[in-house]
Design a protein around this ligand. Structure first.
Ligand SMILES: NC(=O)c1ccc[n+]([C@@H]2O[C@H](COP(=O)([O-])OP(=O)(O)OC[C@H]3O[C@@H](n4cnc5c(N)ncnc54)[C@H](OP(=O)(O)O)[C@@H]3O)[C@@H](O)[C@H]2O)c1
Ligand SMILES: [Zn+2]
Length: 369
């Protein structure tokens, strides 16, 4: 658990990022070679999601076993992961005598594997099976889990290290559900508003800012936007591009030592919907879809080209209205008024946020509701 805080310490900076990134068709079959290159030996705890990703996890386990790495499979089950699920994975790693953790699946499985490895002090390998958001290469976990772990054990336990390696098999990822690519695109276009918020917080609140991390995050967003019309589910080249951009964004988070380059007011809006969903059971959409809608509206507030963001989302086949995303327009308005309070992060929403009438006008003017 003891490590340097990746924050700026006077003039001393500490950067942490994945050491090994392997992506392309058939990458999973090369997992054992990756372990050898990293000097990792022994038994693996493989954390996986539900029935679809479990099959992929077995394939990886068998590839490892053939090369002398036994494995134990831990399924996280249904629903949003909780600290108890992470604890279950950490206990399994200890009990089974594992020496490293590999997570295989969507964002839920990766978050559990990432935290469990942090809790037991083992190396972590990330094997994403979809391109739905940038958590595959980052040292951060989803908002609800991070919040729950902070309350349960303290904030340090919700801040894992970056993965030691990312193994992204594009043949596998291209077979993920179609919406995952649209969500990944939404999470990437959100970097335009996130970086603008970060600059604002730097200027108004003197928050530490890394031009390098900000540029890298914007580069990922630009890469996605330039190819918005080429993103076709099931196409290896499309998946490759998206994965490259998402890994770039995850590395930008690693370099900054904070999710600041990747997450601003548009993410606060998405988190607010997630909280409303958790507390009141209202429907929500995938993370990146919500962030895409948030980016349209926050770009309007920031005076950025919100029409470009909207048209690129449309070109990529991602929702640009609450209804298309399966969200209740009233929930969108409420989330806009709550967003500034969901976490301590200064953004264009300021300290007092939006009034209900301003929120409604914003959502209407940008066509989100
Ligand atoms: N770390 C971060 O920074 C970060 C950022 C945003 C969100 N998150 C977290 O990530 C989670 C959401 O991630 P997600 O949208 O990827 O959801 P998910 O629930 O992990 O995956 C969504 C669905 O896609 C399926 N799937 C994934 N890969 C597949 C493949 N290759 N073939 C067929 N089906 C496949 C999964 O199958 P199974 O049912 O078999 O698993 C699952 O049913 C949330 O918990 C969120 O809080 C984390
Ligand atoms: Zn995100």
């Amino acid at each position: 658990m003891k490590r340097l805080s990746p924050k700026y310490q006077g003039r001393l900076e500490f950067l942490e990022s994945p050491r090994y990134i392997l992506f392309g068709p058939g990458a999973i079959e090369k997992s054992a070679e990756t372990l050898m290159a990293l000097g990792i030996s022994g038994k693996a705890l493989i954390v996986t999601g539900g029935p679809k990703t479990e099959k992929i996890a077995w394939k990886l386990g068998e590839a490892l076993e053939q090369e002398g790495h036994p494995f134990h499979l831990f399924r996280i089950g249904e629903g949003e992961p909780t600290p108890r699920v992470v604890e279950g994975a950490a206990e399994a790693a200890r009990r089974e005598g594992c020496s490293f953790v590999v997570a295989v699946g969507g964002g839920r499985a990766l978050d559990v594997g990432k935290l469990a490895s942090h809790w037991v002090g083992m190396k972590y390998l990330s094997v994403p099976t979809s391109a739905s958001h940038d958590g595959m290469a980052s040292p951060s976990v989803g908002f609800l889990l991070s919040r729950a772990v902070s309350e349960y054990r303290g904030p340090e336990w919700a801040r894992p290290e970056s993965p030691t390696a990312v193994i992204a098999d594009t043949e596998v990822i291209k077979n993920a559900p179609d919406w995952t690519m649209r969500a990944g695109f939404g999470d990437l276009i959100a970097k335009f508003t996130a970086v603008r918020d970060w600059e604002l917080a730097h200027r108004l609140k003197d928050e530490p800012y890394s031009e390098y991390a900000a540029s890298m995050s914007l580069l990922s967003a630009r890469l996605a936007v330039e190819h918005a019309g080429d993103l076709k589910p099931g196409l290896e080249e499309s998946v490759r591009l998206l994965v490259k951009a998402l890994i770039g964004s995850g590395v930008a988070i690693s370099i900054a030592g904070s999710s600041r380059p990747a997450s601003g007011s548009e993410h606060l809006f998405s988190h607010a919907i997630d909280l409303l969903s958790q507390r009141e059971g209202v429907s929500r959409a995938p993370h990146g879809i919500q962030c895409g809608l948030g980016a349209i509206m926050m770009a309007y507030l920031q005076g950025q080209d919100w029409r470009m963001i909207r048209s690129k989302l449309e070109e990529a086949g991602a929702p640009i209205t609450a209804r298309e995303a399966g969200l209740d327009p009233e929930v969108v308005v409420r989330a806009l008024t709550l967003a500034h309070r969901v976490r301590d992060r200064y953004t264009i929403l300021g300290e007092t946020g939006l009034t209900e009438s301003a929120a409604r006008k914003l959502a209407e003017r940008t066509g989100v509701i």
